[in-house]
Design a protein around this ligand. Structure first.
Ligand code: ZN
Ligand code: ZN
Length: 217
């Protein structure tokens, strides 16, 4: 990892909660065996050309879908800017979205997916817009809870940028509910996190929602 020597990186690294996943080839083979046993018992015919590699593909897909634990050191780079919104920086609200994301709910290990909108009010540092997308992916490609993804994105932005405010809005379909008919026509689940000026000022929240072109209640 290419981490520069800013002491705040310690705080940032704590916020993004990375963990290495040293899984051996032998372990992968064992996991494929477990998946094969489950699929077969639940009804899949594993002896067809189409399905004989399904356990291997399933384990690989699950591993790839949770790669957010391994992190992205490029997120660390921030750019100096000037605090432009005299006297309160409110002119510099940056909003990015919709950012499409896919996550696995940690209660069922089934997908939930939707869109995220991330906004911040810059103070002395900014990051590239594409980094907001990477930040959403970093926390969504894990076993997750929708509300926590929003909190983690906000925590990471606060430790990276020390902005005047952060807003994160997520809207998602949860397959653990929809696939099993618990709620067949499920509305999307919406969660919002407000920090700094956004927590204090309803007008800024409205401005954020209109920047996202979202209606809110
Ligand atoms: Zn679930
Ligand atoms: Zn400022």
């Amino acid at each position: 990892m290419n981490i520069h020597n800013d002491p705040e990186d310690v705080e940032y690294l704590a916020a993004i909660e990375l963990r290495k996943r040293p899984i051996t080839i032998d372990q992968f083979h064992k996991f494929e065996g477990y998946a094969a046993e489950i699929f077969s018992a639940f009804g899949m015919d594993l002896n067809s050309p189409a399905t004989k590699d399904t356990p291997r593909r399933f384990i690989k897909a699950l591993y790839d879908a949770t790669e957010g634990y391994e992190g992205d050191p490029n997120l660390l780079r921030v750019f100096e800017t000037e605090c432009r919104g005299e006297p309160d920086c409110r002119l510099s609200q940056v909003v990015e979205g919709p950012i499409h994301f896919f996550a696995l709910c940690e209660h069922h290990a089934l997908p939930f997916y939707g869109t995220a909108y991330v906004g911040y009010i810059a103070h002395e540092t900014i990051i590239g817009i594409s980094k907001l997308t990477r930040l959403v992916r970093l926390f969504s490609r894990r076993f997750a809870v929708q509300e926590r993804i929003g909190q983690q994105i906000a925590d990471a932005l606060e430790t990276m940028l020390h902005p005047h405010g952060v807003a994160v809005f997520l809207e998602a379909h949860h397959l653990c509910m929809e696939m099993r008919g618990v709620r067949e026509i499920a509305p999307t689940t919406r969660t919002a996190v407000w920090r700094g000026y956004f927590a204090q000022d309803p007008a800024l929240r409205s401005e954020f929602f209109s920047a996202c072109r979202l209606q809110h209640d």
